[in-house]
Structures are given as structure tokens and as C-alpha cells.
Design a protein around this ligand. Sequence first.
Ligand code: HEM
Length: 372
Amino acid sequence: MHLLLLALFVSIAILVFKSVHSIIWVPWRIQQHFKTQGIGGPGYRPISGNVGELQRMYAEAQSKSMGGLQHDILHRVLPYYSRWSGAYGKTFIWWVGTKPRLALADPEPIKEVFLNTGVSYDKVGFSPLTRPLFGDGLGGLNGEKWALHRRITNQAFNMERVKHGEEEKLTVQEVIDECKTFYFAGKETTGNLLTWALVLLAMHQEWQTKAREEVVQVYGHTMSPSADNLRELKIVGMIINETLRLYPPTQTMSRVSTKNVMLGRVDVPAGTEIYSAMIGVHHDTQIWGEDANEFNPLRFKEPRNQLGSFFPFGLGPRICIGQNFAMMEAKIVLAMIIQQYSFVLSPTYVHAPTQILTLQPQYGAHILFTRI
Ligand code: HEM
């Protein structure tokens, strides 16, 4: 009996020790590790991390509209990021349960992490919530399997079929998973881009007029815009880029360090999730100037060095495989609509951008169209 009690006591003691170790000691040590390097954050709370605060901030942000048509949307779309980066600086650490996340918003470390994916960093796999949407497709794979899938699926986006020395094939299930990925990664994002481009052009009539003049100059009033002559749609291209800057369909991107690594002067332990708030970078006045929150497609008139400061399609080896396809699709659809319709915001439109996986208008995009 005594022995049984002793065994029970030892088991409970081990369990308590393990829990204290993983729930208190490890996070505290990691937090100290970053603190000594000058990186602060909202502070670890046992078990839930900062998830409770984060959810409260979301609920509060979503309960109010923007109160106007301005594009300063960070505080509504990513309220926790907006608040914590304001309080702790662009690089800070926060907690999802017992897992640390290092937030980055400077172009240099962002380039370093995303260009080195596959070397010192890996993509974070899909969560149980997103996996059913994407399947086990390209976006959630790493290593050799990702490389094989990327080589094969890349062919679908190139006009000519690339021949490999050895025939490479995907199984039927793998093809199904890639189709799920393409469907979700391709349809949702491009749909959001077009939605926001229409909302922005309805808000900024002068740009709608300029874009229409260009479309009519290239295709006339009756010819359907097609893949030909798309290069000539310079203003439409600038408008699409400015839409992607202010209202990027994907707002954040993550990686995980696969080894202890120096990121600039920051010593990052293996297993740290690295989180870049793309939308924060896209709205940063230090990068884009005082008018960062204004809709000004002219900023894309000249080619600019924007690696790490403008990356709506990601960057590095995991850059969006459908980027060119999406840009072509968006240009054609936008040109077709602009050519045939003029449009304004409906009086019922409420400006309330929100993140539901992608960036969406919380109460819909109410736009009134008139056939030209
Ligand atoms: C406006 C439209 C789109 C936007 C803004 C967009 C955005 C992105 C971003 C930011 C990434 C990189 C994610 C990361 O590195 O963590 C990505 C990857 C990806 N996108 Fe897109 N995307 C768009 C359209 C499309 C289309 C049309 C397709 C396919 C038909 C597509 C398929 C993919 C796939 C498969 C990946 C994963 C690539 C890999 O990991 O190798 N996307 N996209």
C-alpha cells in the first residue's frame, strides 16, 4: 500500500515538475533570452500566453467601423500588432500559448528570414483550421517534398512544358491536395484584391477616370480586354499595386527557425516562430513617407527597390507560384469592368476591413454600377 502511494506521489511530482518546466520555466527563460537583447513584448502569461488579450482586442476592433473612408486600417485589421508594436517597437515577442512569436517589421530582417527559407527557416505547416481548406498542398510542405511539388506545379504556370530528365509524378491524392490549394490560395486572394480595387476606385473617382481612359485607349470601347496588350495597362497596374499595398489579401506571413540563428544582431533560438506583419510594413510611414495611408498609385510609377518593403505575394523561394497569373487575371477583370461600367460607393457601404483568413469588407462591398 505504502509502495503504491509512493509510486503515485512520484508520478504526480514528475507531472507537476514537467508542467512547471514547460509552462513556466521554458517560456520564462526564452523571454529573458530576448529581454537581455533589448526585445520586449506584452509578457508571457502561463498556459494561454497573450491569446486572451488578443481575442479581446479583435472583438473590440470589430465592434466599430473605421468611422470614415480612410486607409489607416492597421489598428482595425491587426489590433494586437498595432498596439504592441506601438508599445514595444517594431521587433517584439508575444505568446500563443507556450510558443513564442517574434514579430518583425523591418525590411532587412524580413529579407533575411524569407530569402533563407529552406536553409535556416521553414514554413509553418497548416493549422487544423486551415488544413481542410488547402489540403496537404504546396503551401504547407517543406524540404524535398515541397521542392518536387513546386517543380511539377510550376509547369502548370509556364506556357511550355518543362521536361525533366527523370519523369516526376504526383499521386492522385497529391493532385487533389494541390487543386484544393490552388482553389483556395488563388480564388480567395484574387477575389479580395478585385473587391478592394473596386472599393478604392469607387472612393477615388479621379483614378477611376484615369484608368478608364487608359483601358479605352488600349482596347477601345468594344474590344474585350484580353491577355494581349496587358503591358500597356500601366495605370491599371499601378492601381493594382497600390491596392495590394494598402489592402493586401494576406496580411501576415510566418516562418519557424530550424536552428539557432543570428538574425542581424538578434540571437534567435531554434523553434521560434517568426511573424512578419506585411500589412504593417505596407503602411509604415518610415518606408512610404508621411502619405503612407493615402491611396496614391503614382508611387508605383517608377520601378522601386521594394524587396522586404512591398511583398504582397511573399518573397524568396516560397514566393506565390500564382503571382503572374493573379496579376494577369486581376488586370483583365478590372479592365473589363472599368470599360463597361462607372461606379460609386453605395450610401449603405460601411468601411470596415477585417481579417477572416484574407482581408475582407466586414459588411460587404456595396457599390452602385452604371452601364456606360
Ligand atoms: C492576389 C492574389 C494572390 C495573393 C495576394 C497571393 C499571396 C501569396 C503569398 C503572400 C504567398 C506566400 C506565403 C508564404 O510565403 O508564407 C503565396 C503563396 C502561394 N500562392 Fe498565392 N497569392 C495570390 C494568388 C494566387 C493564385 C492565383 C494561386 C494559384 C492559382 C496561388 C497559389 C499559391 C501557392 C500554391 C502558394 C505556395 C507556394 C509555395 O509555398 O511554394 N496564389 N501567395
